[in-house]
Design a binder for this molecule. Structure first.
Ligand SMILES: *[C@@H]1O[C@H](CO)[C@@H](O)[C@H](O)[C@H]1NC(C)=O
Ligand SMILES: *[C@@H]1O[C@H](CO)[C@@H](O)[C@H](O)[C@H]1NC(C)=O
Ligand SMILES: *[C@@H]1O[C@H](CO)[C@@H](O)[C@H](O)[C@H]1NC(C)=O
Ligand SMILES: *[C@@H]1O[C@H](CO)[C@@H](O)[C@H](O)[C@H]1NC(C)=O
Ligand SMILES: *[C@@H]1O[C@H](CO)[C@@H](O)[C@H](O)[C@H]1NC(C)=O
Ligand SMILES: *[C@@H]1O[C@H](CO)[C@@H](O)[C@H](O)[C@H]1NC(C)=O
Ligand SMILES: *[C@@H]1O[C@H](CO)[C@@H](O)[C@H](O)[C@H]1NC(C)=O
Ligand SMILES: *[C@@H]1O[C@H](CO)[C@@H](O)[C@H](O)[C@H]1NC(C)=O
Ligand SMILES: *[C@@H]1O[C@H](CO)[C@@H](O)[C@H](O)[C@H]1NC(C)=O
Ligand SMILES: *[C@@H]1O[C@H](CO)[C@@H](O)[C@H](O)[C@H]1NC(C)=O
Ligand SMILES: *[C@@H]1O[C@H](CO)[C@@H](O)[C@H](O)[C@H]1NC(C)=O
Ligand SMILES: *[C@@H]1O[C@H](CO)[C@@H](O)[C@H](O)[C@H]1NC(C)=O
Length: 855
């Protein structure tokens, strides 16, 4: 009994102890729960206001369990558990950031990145005084950065990358002295970089790139003694880089590309910044030479200086860069060392991680060396265009198995395209245009199954387009224009499934017809077949090319009628069918093409009425000239009277001219006028020579804008050319070699003008007989340019009597010279009419067009 009592006493004691323990525990638990509960209520509320993707992403957020057990929520490990971490990243949440987040006052980490948050950042965020990490990157947050963010003094990481923040960088931000990462890149921030940024002495990473920041880089930046990563790219920064920045020896990445920065890059930058891994100075106005000290940085990965004003040669030392991934010195004024061509690239064979090499847009010369094939197998991008590289492409290029892009355009590279290029099976872009490549296109190119773009334009490639091109499964654009390709267009080309951008086969010698299959190119935007020898009908299936915006098939021999289907191509903006042999009427459906900006149907055999609606309502954008049987509705009726008026005017003018000539001749012989001495004597002594290229340049590539006249003989262009250091305006009469009869008249004109020189005869400066870009015969006569054009124009416009008299005298003088004073024999013009009387600046009349002249 006693023992039982004893036991029960013990029992009670233990019970009491346990009880008190339990009570104490409940008490503590209660106090923790109440705070944690508040966090829980906040989170539950936030959840109720939030739509996530997937919808059940926050399924564990059950009000009956502790938030510490929820996903994306982190509690302090301490006994008084509070929510210290919240991660709502990548849940496709849209709408504004919930202001209740500011109630989670123990929060240390807030991750909202990679959502679609919009609106401004709620001010309550600045109540999170314990916050260390704030990541809202990759959202659409707008408005200004709240200056009160400076209250969150514990912040280590502020990542606002890729939002739509605007306004300036608040000075208050620079009070966050504990910041290690400040990333404000890819926003719309403006204003200048506050100098107080130098106060952020713990900063390791400072990214302000891709904003609209202006002004200079403050020298205070260099006070950031621990900074490793400085990104200021794509802003509007001006001035020079403060010299002290080049002393920030902790820097591993220095990126200032795409600003307006200037000044020399110090040659020793590699010595003062020995830890650099990334050097990005692209697209600025930096001067000086390539800092050779960069080639001393054995760990450097990226060296980028494209689009600056650097000169000189590439300094030595490139063989010491085993980690190098990118070397880009494109678009500067860098040249080869004398006689060394591209040999400076040889040491790069040591850079086995090289991925990107660009030396384009400089003054490098020499040939592409054989060792090019010994560059890294990882090389993906190789840009060497726009230099003065000559010689042929070495077959060893086929060893660069990693290449995705090869751009050798705008050089003087000759020889064949090596078949070995067909080994570059990873190639996506092959750009060899604007060179002097000859021979056939190798069939092996068909092996390039990943090719998206091929540009072989403006070379001298012959033969036919290889049928192996059918293997270009990924090809989006093909430009083979301005070569000497012949044969017909392989039908396989029209089966290329992804040809979406450009098919340009213009200015070749392609024959045959356009197959029905052209309709398979449903997604192509531009088809340019200008200037070939294609014939047959335009297939109506072209209406299936629904994406066509530009269709240019002029200067071929297409016949038949214009297919109605063209009216279905709603996206067409340019339609040029000119200079073919198309017949029939203009389909009314063309009126429906609302997007059409330019329609050229000239020089065909079209007939009937020109439609009057749609594009036809604005005849400045339509060219139908050279279709004799075509008439415009309104003009059809009046045409007769128009002609009558013209004939009347011409007759009166002629009578008038003849009358005046007689008077003038009379005067002339009485006064025995002395012909003023010719000042431009190019034809007398040294014969001034001009090349096809010079004329091409002078007339902006025989541009339509330079065209001042067109006739049966060909076209007349206005241009400007440098003759013995003097810019002179010229008129270039280009003979149309296809028109029979133009050659004899050219010869007649040459013969006539060779010996003629008179104040009242148009001056022939020189002639040009050569081959054009397509190796076709090119004949042109170069005259002085007559500012006031032809008398014909003036007859319509009206002229003062005194000017009329002067013109008549001038014409008479010119004729008299021809008939009586020529050195060799009298010359009869045979084609005297107002349009052949040209007026110069001071309205002196001169006879032109001696195409029918006889001696
Ligand atoms: C968390 O969940 C586990 C089981 O999933 C459970 O054992 C534990 O008691 C829970 N803790 C809290 C504090 O709710
Ligand atoms: C912020 O989030 C983004 C996206 O997840 C991430 O790439 C970035 O590293 C984070 N920022 C910091 C400083 O950790
Ligand atoms: C910033 O905080 C101060 C107090 O610290 C307060 O007076 C002010 O209203 C806050 N600014 C904004 C915009 O909320
Ligand atoms: C960026 O800010 C400028 C004014 O600083 C404004 O004109 C522009 O619309 C803004 N752009 C975007 C995308 O918000
Ligand atoms: C911050 O920097 C500015 C100018 O750079 C300076 O005047 C100011 O005293 C600094 N403030 C602190 C707290 O260091
Ligand atoms: C860069 O550092 C060197 C050596 O520490 C010093 O002599 C020089 O004055 C510094 N230059 C600038 C511009 O800070
Ligand atoms: C490269 O480093 C070596 C040794 O440190 C030095 O002698 C040389 O001057 C440096 N070259 C350049 C261009 O700075
Ligand atoms: C390539 O590297 C080796 C060893 O690192 C070196 O001896 C050689 O000179 C380098 N080659 C060139 C061309 O610099
Ligand atoms: C380039 O590589 C080829 C084989 O790939 C090799 O035979 C040749 O010696 C190498 N040339 C140079 C200059 O390293
Ligand atoms: C190829 O290089 C030329 C000249 O440098 C350049 O104009 C052209 O845009 C480049 N094309 C591609 C696709 O890289
Ligand atoms: C194409 O031109 C080549 C010379 O470049 C010539 O040998 C061949 O016969 C021509 N083919 C056709 C079909 O005209
Ligand atoms: C006709 O087209 C031209 C050139 O596109 C344009 O300048 C002019 O304003 C247009 N006129 C009318 C009446 O639409």
């Amino acid at each position: 009994m006693a023992s039982s009592i004893h036991i029960s006493k013990l029992h009670i004691f233990v019970l009491l102890v346990l009880c008190s323990c339990f009570l104490h525990n409940t008490y503590v638990a209660n106090s923790a729960t109440s705070s944690l509960d508040r966090d829980k209520q906040t989170l539950i509320y936030i959840k109720s206001q939030t739509i996530t993707q997937p919808p059940d992403a926050l399924a564990t957020w059950d009000p009956n369990t502790s938030p510490c057990n929820w996903t994306r929520v982190l509690c302090a490990a301490r006994r008084d558990q509070r929510v210290v971490g919240l991660d709502l990243s990548s849940l496709r949440i849209s709408g504004p950031v919930n202001p209740h987040i500011g109630k989670l006052s123990f929060l240390r980490t807030l991750q909202l990145q990679e959502n679609q948050f919009q609106g401004i950042l709620p001010e309550t965020i600045t109540d999170l005084l314990r916050l260390r990490v704030l990541n809202i990157s990759f959202n659409n947050i707008q408005g200004a950065i709240p200056p009160n963010i400076s209250r969150c003094i514990e912040l280590r990481v502020v990542d606002f990358n890729q939002n739509e923040l605007s306004g300036s960088i608040p000075e208050e931000l620079t009070r966050l002295v504990n910041l290690q990462t400040l990333n404000l890149a890819r926003n719309n921030l403006s204003g200048s970089i506050p100098p107080s940024i130098g106060n952020l002495s713990s900063l390791l990473t400072l990214k302000l790139g891709t904003n609209m920041l202006s002004g200079p880089i403050p020298a205070e930046v260099s006070r950031l003694r621990n900074l490793k990563n400085l990104d200021l790219i794509i802003n509007n920064l001006i001035g020079t880089i403060p010299p002290s920045v080049y002393n920030m020896s902790s820097l591993e990445s220095l990126a200032v590309a795409s600003n307006y920065l200037s000044g020399d890059i110090p040659y020793n930058v590699g010595d003062t910044l020995p830890n650099l891994l990334v050097f990005n100075f692209c697209i600025n106005k930096f001067t000086g030479t390539i800092p050779g000290s960069l080639h001393n940085l054995t760990n450097i990965r990226l060296i980028r200086m494209k689009h600056n004003r650097l000169h000189g040669t590439v300094p030595p030392g490139l063989g010491n860069l085993p980690e190098l991934e990118m070397y880009n010195i494109g678009y500067n004024y860098i040249v080869s060392s004398r006689g060394e061509g591209l040999d400076f690239l040889y040491p790069l064979v040591n850079s086995t991680k090289l991925d990107f090499l660009a030396i384009d847009g400089n003054g490098f010369d020499g040939v592409i060396p054989k060792f090019i094939g010994n560059l890294s197998k990882t090389l993906r991008m190789l840009y060497m265009g726009s230099n003065q590289i000559s010689g042929s492409i070495p077959p060893s290029i086929g060893q660069l198995k990693g290449l995705a892009l090869l751009n050798l355009s705008f050089n003087s590279i000759s020889g064949e395209i090596p078949t070995e290029i067909g080994q570059l099976v990873g190639l996506e872009e092959l750009v060899l245009g604007k060179n002097k490549l000859t021979s056939n296109i190798p069939n092996s190119l068909g092996n390039l199954g990943k090719l998206a773009q091929i540009d072989l334009s403006s070379n001298e490639l012959g033969g036919s387009i290889p049928t192996s091109f059918k293997a270009f499964e990924k090809l989006t654009s093909m430009d083979l224009s301005m070569n000497k390709l012949n044969g017909s267009i392989p039908i396989e080309i029209f089966d290329l499934p992804s040809l979406t951008t450009i098919l340009n086969l213009s200015s070749n010698s392609l024959t045959g017809s356009l197959p029905q299959k052209i309709g398979n190119l449903e997604r192509v935007v531009t088809v340019d077949l200008l200037n070939n020898r294609l014939s047959g009908n335009i297939p109506n299936s072209i209406q299936s090319c629904k994406s066509l915006e530009h269709l240019i098939i002029s200067k071929n021999s297409f016949s038949g009628s214009i297919p109605d289907g063209l009216g279905e191509l709603n996206g067409l903006t340019t339609l040029d069918l000119s200079s073919n042999q198309l017949s029939g009427s203009i389909p009314l459906d063309l009126e429906k093409l609302n997007a059409l900006q330019f329609l050229n149907l000239s020089f065909n055999n079209l007939e009937g009425n020109v439609p009057s609606n749609g594009i036809f309502s604005n005849l400045t954008r339509v060219d139908v000239e050279g279709n004799p049987n075509l008439c415009h509705d309104s003009k059809c009726k009046t045409n007769g009277t128009n002609k009558l008026v013209m004939i009347l005017v011409a007759t009166i003018a002629l009578v008038f001219v003849i009358a005046l000539i007689s008077i003038a001749l009379f005067y002339y012989f009485r006064r025995n006028v002395v012909t003023p001495k010719d000042t431009f004597d190019s034809f007398k002594g040294r014969h001034y020579m001009v090349t096809y290229d010079e004329l091409r340049l002078a007339t902006k590539n025989f541009d339509e804008d330079s065209l001042i006249g067109r006739g049966s003989f060909g076209s007349v262009y206005k241009g400007c050319i440098n003759i013995e250091g003097q810019a002179r305006e010229i008129a270039v009469k280009v003979l149309d070699m296809e028109t029979t009869g133009s050659l004899p008249s050219f010869l007649a004109e040459c013969a006539a003008l060779r010996h003629l020189r008179h104040r009242n005869l148009v001056k022939l400066i020189t002639s040009c007989s050569s081959l054009d870009q397509r190796n076709k015969e090119f004949l042109a006569l170069v005259y002085e340019y007559m500012k006031n054009e032809s008398l014909e124009k003036w007859i319509r416009k009206g002229m003062r009597l005194v000017d009329r008299l002067n013109v008549a005298i001038d014409v008479a003088c010119g004729l008299s010279y021809l008939h009586h004073e020529c050195v060799v024999a009298p010359v009869v013009h045979c084609d005297l009419k107002p349009s052949n009387v040209l007026l110069d600046e001071d309205l002196t009349a001169k006879l032109g067009d001696f195409g029918l002249a006889s001696m």
